[in-house]
Design a protein around this ligand. Structure first.
Ligand SMILES: [Zn+2]
Length: 170
């Protein structure tokens, strides 16, 4: 088809299209607005856009879902990874925060979670649990856990040994 007539053809249909589309669009919008939670969703989207703008354009730090790794542990991880009574002592220590490697992993998980929450708020829980939480929590429970020695009482864990680096090592 020649492009020469494109604009004229569009103009020819414009009035008819508008007559058909205007009421159809109005009806479709009303239908969406009538769905439960739509208004709240629009408000949340607007709020996210404002947050995005204030972060990207003005450099204002984002509001975190959890203030630090301790709040993340108490209000999220502890609930997401509750265990049966028998497995409670197998590898986990109630003084986890005294084990540097456990604290390091919990902190890393918290930071990764906050980044995911910004990127995709609707899917962040599922993606976090499947790709991050399951991996690290498997390492923090069971026989490979750095807290495995704390079966009955907290036992400090030790960093991996390392001899002084020799001069010709590099
Ligand atoms: Zn311990």
């Amino acid at each position: 088809m020649s492009k020469l007539f494109g604009q004229s053809i569009s103009q020819g249909f414009a009035k008819a299209l508008d007559q058909v589309a205007a009421p159809a669009i109005k009806k479709a919008v009303e239908k969406i607005l009538a769905r439960q939670g739509t208004i709240e969703q629009i408000a949340a989207t607007a709020e996210r856009a404002v947050e995005q703008f204030s972060h990207d354009e003005l450099g204002i730090p984002r509001e975190l879902r959890y203030v630090d790794e301790f709040a993340f542990f108490d209000d999220y991880l502890r609930l997401a990874y509750e265990t049966g009574g028998m497995s409670q002592g197998r590898g986990w220590c109630s003084h986890w925060w005294q084990h540097r490697s456990a604290r390091f992993r919990v902190r890393s998980m918290w930071q990764a979670y906050e980044a995911l929450a910004v990127k995709d708020p609707a899917k962040c829980d599922e993606v976090f649990l499947r790709t991050i939480g399951d991996h690290h929590m498997d390492r923090l429970t069971g026989e490979r856990s750095p807290m495995y020695a704390c079966q009955t009482v907290h036992q400090p864990s030790k960093p991996l040994e390392s001899a002084p680096i020799e001069e010709d090592a590099a």
